[in-house]
Design a binder for this molecule. Sequence first.
Ligand SMILES: Cc1cc2nc3c(=O)[nH]c(=O)nc-3n(C[C@H](O)[C@H](O)[C@H](O)COP(=O)(O)O)c2cc1C
Length: 174
Amino acid sequence: MSNPVLDAISERRSIRSYRDEKISRDQFDILLKAAVEAPSARNAQPWHFSIVQNTGIFKEINREVSKILSQDMGDIFHGAPAAIFLSCDPVARWARLDCGIAVQNIALAAHSIGLGAVILGRPDPAFTGPRKDYFDRLLKFPQGHSFAVAIAVGVPAGTKDAHPLEPDRIAFIG
Ligand SMILES: Cc1cc2nc3c(=O)[nH]c(=O)nc-3n(C[C@H](O)[C@H](O)[C@H](O)COP(=O)(O)O)c2cc1C
């Protein structure tokens, strides 16, 4: 069985190398429209999206994460020209899950228009560590929001194999 939705789901990969090319405003608009079209519990739409193209900010986050983890984490943005940071109220019951659904919509939309993307949890220590308030303000998170997840996006410079599937993690009951 094949159709455009199933094909996009099958073909998407986490892209970890990018060309030195910017993303256009039209492309961002497509990604963000897909994001806000995601379902959310009670239709709360609890997310906020901070779009970053200043790679100096990536360097600051890289430095902070490496410092907190006491090891050089390299470039956790994989050389991407842009990243979208999702934040939400961390105690709202479904907010982080809603952000997860929205970020996957971004990943699929990026793939569908020829962009690459990789969902990122690695920035998290910068947003939970001693300089949390600084980084929250830097990324203009709304009051009461915390980092949920990020996604790096850009024009892919390479791809990778599909991840191996684990069919024994599925059980049909009754
Ligand atoms: C919540 C979440 C956080 C992730 N964080 C990172 C990350 O910080 N850095 C990274 O390179 N990949 C990250 N990934 C990508 C996974 O490593 C990737 O999805 C997995 O290896 C399967 O590969 P695929 O996406 O190409 O199918 C993350 C994925 C998810 C869903």
